[in-house]
Design a protein around this ligand. Sequence first.
Ligand SMILES: [Ca+2]
Ligand SMILES: [Ca+2]
Ligand SMILES: [Ca+2]
Ligand SMILES: [Ca+2]
Length: 202
Amino acid sequence: MKSGATLCNDAEPGNYASMNGSTNQTGCSVGSFQSMTGQSSCIGAEVGFYVDTDSSPNQLACPEGSSTTQVGSTSPNDCLIDTDGDNVPDSVDEDDDGDGIVDSLDSFPLDDSEQIDTDEDGIGDNEDLDDDNDSISDADELEDGTDPLDADSDQDGHDDSADEFPLDPSKWEEDSLPGFSAAMTLCVILIVPMARFGRQRN
Ligand SMILES: [Ca+2]
Ligand SMILES: [Ca+2]
Ligand SMILES: [Ca+2]
Ligand SMILES: [Ca+2]
C-alpha cells in the first residue's frame, strides 16, 4: 500500500499477502500457484500438475500418459509414465493398465485388453483363437465339448488333436484297448493268434 492511501491493494494472482498491514505481496514459490487476487496463501500444485516458476498464477498439467506422485511438484521431470491415466504413475501403481488385475498376476500388465496367456505364445487368450495351442480352435473345442484351455482335455497323455476320444481317458484311438498303448495292442493282436497256432501244431 502506498503511503497516504486509504485502501489496500489486493495481492495479485501468483502472489499472496499473509498478514494484515503488509506493505508488499509475496510471490508464490515454485511448486505452488495462486490464480485469484487478494489471497493470503498459495496452493500446492495438484497431483498430475507442476509449477516450475516463481509467482505463477496457474499450474501446468503433466503430458498425457504421465503424472506426478504428490502435490507441490516443481518440474516436468516429476511427471512419470502413467499407463492407465489414473494419476498413479506405473512406478507406484499396483495395476498399471487399470484392468482390475494386479501387475503380479497380469500376463499383460500394460495392456488392459489382455490378462492371461494360457499357452504362453505371447498372444493373450482374448485375441488368441487357439488358447491351448493344440491346433483345434477355441470355437471348435466349445462345439466339441473339449476344454479350450487344456490341450489334453481327458488327461490321458494324448493331446486332443491326436486323440480320437478326447473326452474318454480310457482310449485315444479306435483300435486301442483300455490301458494299452497302440504298440501293446498290436502285440496282443499278433501274439494271441500265433500262440493258438503254436498250440494247434503241438
Ligand atoms: Ca496408473
Ligand atoms: Ca492389470
Ligand atoms: Ca496364447
Ligand atoms: Ca485349442
